[in-house]
Design a protein around this ligand. Structure first.
Ligand code: GLN
Length: 490
């Protein structure tokens, strides 16, 4: 039944509705695909029994006339989302076998709407990384390979498991999170669609915190419409998260396919960086041409503080992380290494439980928040953040959305940049601005590079205007007609 795994979410929901197949059938097909794809290391925990139990319950709901909008759809869940009774690790050893007694709001919303969980997806430790190589469970392997080569490539990060699982057709869609690009960059590296909604659109409750003022959940899927369907279920006001916005969730899928005629799309000149491959520049030009053909007006805009975004991000994010991660002390849950004294136990547990990148962030974060450095680094970074948000405000006086590349390269080889944190951080150059300003951003697969690897384009929108992004990305998707799939080698 491998053809069931190749369906879009939209088509699968149609097939389930008209009873072409049952939730149990489509779930079994996915469970088999997941088992056959262990070489990708996309899942850190497979939950086939739970999946079949949920699928049976779903078929029963449908039979009794109570089908939800995602009824019977098998999904993968990034292991940053707490799932009740199912081990949740955040890609770290420090959580040990932590099994939450509660469900994150985002996943609870998906189950409320009838979705089925296939398992928990691999990710960079605490979502810190751009290649999935900081995971305590080993890196995820990108299902895509360069033409004529069999080197293992990164699927991007931190949502590398989500991206690989969606691209390899192991699930109809997946949850992911994005603090500085972790939904959009992996989407670009794997030929999938990923949207980071407006900060506050999805509840952060029950999602392991990295940098609370930047973290946002969103979906990854194989089409724009599928991403829209998933986001509609995931989003919504949640009184349990004080930063969750008290706004209605529109039917995002209704925006896909709408005319984009007359929309003004900005092209920020500061996003033309020197080191960028010519192919990415060419694809960006192509994207501009496609939107023009679809009736958009293209406007050059300036976001003058862009060059300060990456340094500001790598102060704000580690600062918040160092505070958030203080809770992992070996006392109430997770890993504990006994020491001679209480302090010794703290130190030994944290030394054994955290990986190198997480330790680096804690050190940086603690430093920039310490007395004497706070004003010079942290406060300064907050001021830069304000300027970046102001740049976007100015641009959105003139345009309805912005078009940029998603990442400065295609997927690179595993091991290539893992020794050089700064080279790794540069991956986020086009994505972190959006998190700093709290805006929505979507990555759409738009073409292949000379080696046959996917490349994405990013659209950035006004706060709470994901609808326009779905219309524009739908138009891009249609024009790009991206149908390439990774050749199955796993
Ligand atoms: N790569 C960025 C980082 O390591 C972003 C990660 C994310 O969005 N979770 O901080």
């Amino acid at each position: 039944m491998s053809e069931l795994t190749a369906l879009t979410l939209k088509a699968a929901l149609g097939g389930l509705k008209d009873k072409s197949f049952s939730a149990v059938e489509i779930t079994e097909a996915h469970v088999q695909a997941v088992e056959a794809a262990r070489a990708l290391n996309a899942f850190v925990l497979e939950t086939p029994e739970k999946a079949l139990e949920m699928a049976k319950a779903s078929d029963a709901r449908r039979a009794s006339g109570n089908a939800g909008p995602l009824e019977g759809a098998p999904l993968g869940i990034k292991d940053l989302f707490c799932t009740e009774g199912v081990r949740s690790t955040a890609g770290s050893k420090i959580l040990g076998d932590f099994t939450p007694t509660y469900e994150s709001t985002v996943t609870a919303n998906l189950w409320r709407d009838g979705a089925v969980m296939l398992g928990k997806l691999n990710m960079d430790e605490f979502a810190m990384g751009s290649s999935n190589e900081t995971s305590a469970f080993g890196p995820v392997v990108n299902p895509w390979r360069a033409e004529g080569g069999n080197a293992q490539l990164t699927p991007g990060g931190s949502s590398g498991g989500s991206a690989a699982a969606v691209a390899a057709e192991l699930c109809l869609g997946a949850t992911a999170t994005d603090t500085g690009g972790s939904i959009r960059q992996p989407a670009s590296f794997t030929g999938t669609v990923g949207i980071k909604p407006t900060y506050g659109r999805c509840s952060r409750w029950g999602t392991v915190a990295f940098a609370s003022s930047l973290d946002q959940a969103g979906p990854m899927a194989r089409t724009v419409e599928d991403a829209a369907i998933l986001l509609t279920s995931m989003a919504g006001h949640d009184p349990k998260d004080s930063t969750s916005l008290p706004v209605e969730t529109p039917d995002f899928a209704s925006f896909v396919g709408r005319s984009v005629k007359g929309l003004r799309v900005g092209v920020p000149k500061e996003y033309r960086v020197d080191s960028m491959p010519a192919e990415i520049d060419a694809l960006w030009e192509q994207g501009i041409a496609w939107l023009k053909e679809a009736g958009c007006e293209i406007v050059e805009v300036s976001l003058p503080h862009t060059k300060y975004a990456l340094p500001a991000y790598y102060i704000v994010a580690p600062a918040e992380a160092s505070s958030n991660l203080a809770r992992y002390d070996g006392m109430r849950f997770g890993l504990r290494v006994e020491g001679g004294t209480l302090t010794d136990t703290y130190e030994k547990s944290r030394a054994a439980g955290f990986g190198d990148e997480v330790k680096r962030r804690i050190l940086i974060g603690t430093y920039v928040l310490s007395a004497g450095y706070y004003d010079a680094y942290y406060l300064k970074a907050l001021k830069v953040r304000r300027r970046i948000a102001d740049d976007f405000d100015q641009a959105f006086q003139k345009v309805d959305a912005l078009l940029t590349p998603t990442a400065p390269s295609a997927a690179f080889q595993l091991g290539d940049r893992s020794d050089d944190p700064v080279a790794m951080y540069l991956n986020d150059i086009f994505t972190v601005t959006v998190n700093l300003a709290g805006l929505p951003g979507i990555s759409v697969p738009a073409g292949l590079d000379a080696a046959g690897l996917p490349l994405g384009l990013q659209l950035i929108g006004r706060a709470l205007d994901e609808g326009t992004l779905f219309s524009l990305s739908g138009a891009l998707e249609k024009a790009a007609d991206f149908r390439a799939k990774p050749k199955k080698w796993w």
